[in-house]
Design a protein around this ligand. Structure first.
Ligand code: URA
Length: 238
């Protein structure tokens, strides 16, 4: 549906007034100012705002959480606490699910959404979205580990990983950046170098950084600017 038609149907103003309003740059679609009244929008998937006030909210929602260690990154479990249990009831009803998984004992940045296409793209190695972790290991990471990671680690089961970055962090700390999300990947990569992981925390996904302000179990909704940091090609297909 045309942007001006959608807004007039919602009683915002007449079609002719809306053409001026839109051309003046007062309307945003998915957080990005839009000056073309004929722009096609999908009432199911697009968000539209006028002067910063939300007129239409997409049924797709996106959140980031500082997942605490000890919580499962699944939608439900009979016995153990899940990341969905940390959300208030009104958000639990949205059909959110974690974008990929963090192990139970891993903490840090976890994305939650009800947009399967978005999740798929963030996870797929083809999208090239970097996931950065801070690891404390039993041992001292060294230049040999940096080279081995850059060359693509061969895991104990014969799986070859894509080239990854390991930065030495001092003492037993290192930072690892990967573009794929194989089962226990970072732990298995470091174990293959004889440096088993003691603690693991995800710090960023793409250019979206966790920071320390949310606190364990804290979360916030993501806007268009955040989503562009995660996926450069967001909004998808628009
Ligand atoms: N790699 C791991 O080994 N565990 C995680 O939770 C995430 C990445």
């Amino acid at each position: 549906m045309r942007l001006d038609k959608l807004l007039s149907e919602r009683g915002v103003a007449s079609r002719s007034e809306l053409r001026h309003i839109i051309r003046a740059g007062r309307v945003s679609v998915n957080g990005v100012p839009e000056t073309a009244p004929e722009r096609r929008v999908d009432p199911g998937t697009d968000s539209v705002s006028l002067d910063g006030k939300e007129i239409l909210r997409s049924r797709f929602r996106y959140f980031m959480m500082d997942k605490p260690a000890g919580v499962l990154s699944v939608t439900e479990d009979r016995k153990q606490q899940t990341v969905l249990d940390l959300l208030p009831p009104e958000l639990r009803r949205l059909g959110l699910f974690p974008v990929g998984r963090l192990d139970k004992d891993t903490s840090g940045l976890l994305l939650l959404t009800n947009d399967g296409d978005f999740a798929h793209r963030v996870i797929s190695p083809k999208s090239g979205v970097e996931k950065r972790y801070r690891a404390e290991v039993d041992g001292v990471p060294d230049e040999g580990d940096v080279r081995a990671f850059a060359g693509g680690i061969l895991l104990a089961d014969g799986t070859r990983c894509l080239p990854a970055a390991l930065e030495i962090g001092g003492g037993n700390v290192c930072h690892v950046t990967v573009m794929e999300g194989k089962y226990h990947q970072v732990k298995r990569m470091l174990a293959s170098r004889g440096k088993p992981v003691l603690t693991l925390r995800r710090l960023s996904v793409g250019e979206l950084e966790l920071g320390e302000d949310l606190g364990p179990g804290g979360f916030r909704e993501l806007g268009a600017e955040d989503l562009c940091k995660v996926l450069k090609a967001w909004p998808i297909g628009k």
